[in-house]
Ligand binder design. Structure first.
Ligand SMILES: Nc1ncnc2c1ncn2[C@@H]1O[C@H](COP(=O)(O)OP(=O)(O)OP(=O)(O)O)[C@@H](O)[C@H]1O
Ligand SMILES: [Mg+2]
Ligand SMILES: [Zn+2]
Length: 257
């Protein structure tokens, strides 16, 4: 009887191994690569390159972004206007050229302007494409994540820990940059100091290290520069060649007939 049980276990497990389709063939979805020493004994392990992508996938899945958004792709973005055609084309070019531009100074992309025009849709579609290639993309829901950062601003270590989550990822997606951070005073719009400090630290770091960002924001280019020239001009340079400015209510997909 014991032998019979053993046999079935073996058959089942070998079948599983052969049938299983691994997302990552390098580590067989273990996320770690085990290294043998000179005696053939497993002595150490290093994280597989797919690990970061999987980690961020879990973050995006837990970020409150709906399942529907996780299905967003360039294929299910249907441009309805000239502006949205350009937006899609720019997103496609970015994905197609990513390998070639990722180490250049202009390796980032921005979708700016009109509410409801698909800025988040296209940003997430790009993230989904990159993550399919096991490139880690950290999703930052601007308003929520900034609130968390600001809550720990009076503790240096906790603050640094929170900020580092957005400094270090291979690619950072900032969704709705400056949402909830803009005030209106007698001299026009202004950005609150706490947001300015945090965003500058993250953007400046990534700017110097040449690490890509994907940005969606209701602000147009002029507003980004007006709110903070230091941050705005860095974003401009990083996104050069892939800046999509969508203007006009006819681009609001939510209001289409
Ligand atoms: N051209 C399009 N084809 C298909 N779906 C679209 C298109 N544009 C927008 N959508 C859908 O419309 C909804 C609104 O788009 P999205 O949230 O990406 O807009 P947004 O520009 O980020 O708006 P907001 O400024 O309010 O954040 C989403 O469900 C998105 O998938
Ligand atoms: Mg959005
Ligand atoms: Zn792997």
């Amino acid at each position: 009887m014991i032998q019979r049980v053993k046999n079935t276990i073996q058959v089942n497990s070998s079948q599983n191994n052969e049938d299983k389709h691994y997302e990552c063939k390098i580590c067989k979805d273990e996320e770690w690569i085990y290294i043998k020493d000179e005696y053939g004994v497993y002595s150490s392990a290093k994280p597989c390159k797919c690990r970061e992508a999987k980690l961020y996938k879990r973050i995006i899945e837990n970020s409150g972004i709906t399942d529907a958004f996780l299905q967003k792709s360039l294929d299910n973005y249907k441009p309805t206007t000239k502006n949205t055609h350009i937006a899609l084309k720019t997103a496609q070019d970015y994905i197609n050229n990513y390998e070639a531009i990722k180490s250049t100074k202009n390796n980032s992309i921005a979708f700016l302007g009109q509410v409801g025009s698909g800025k988040t849709h296209l940003s997430i579609a790009i993230a989904n494409e990159l993550m399919k290639q096991n490139i880690g993309v950290r999703y930052m829901q601007y308003r929520e994540d900034l609130t968390r950062i600001k809550q720990v601003a009076n503790n240096e270590q906790n603050y640094a820990d929170e900020i580092n989550k957005f400094k270090n990822p291979i690619v950072l997606l900032i969704d709705d940059l400056y949402k909830g951070a803009i005030g209106r005073g007698q001299y026009g719009q202004y950005l609150n100091d706490a947001d300015k400090r945090a965003v500058f630290e993250i953007i400046n770091y990534r700017y110097f290290k040449g690490m890509p960002i994907i940005i969606s924001s209701e602000c147009d280019l002029d507003t980004l520069l007006e709110l903070d020239e230091g941050i705005g001009s860095r974003i401009l340079e990083m996104c050069k060649g892939h800046i999509v400015e969508i203007k006009g209510i006819e681009n609001n997909y939510r209001l289409r007939a």
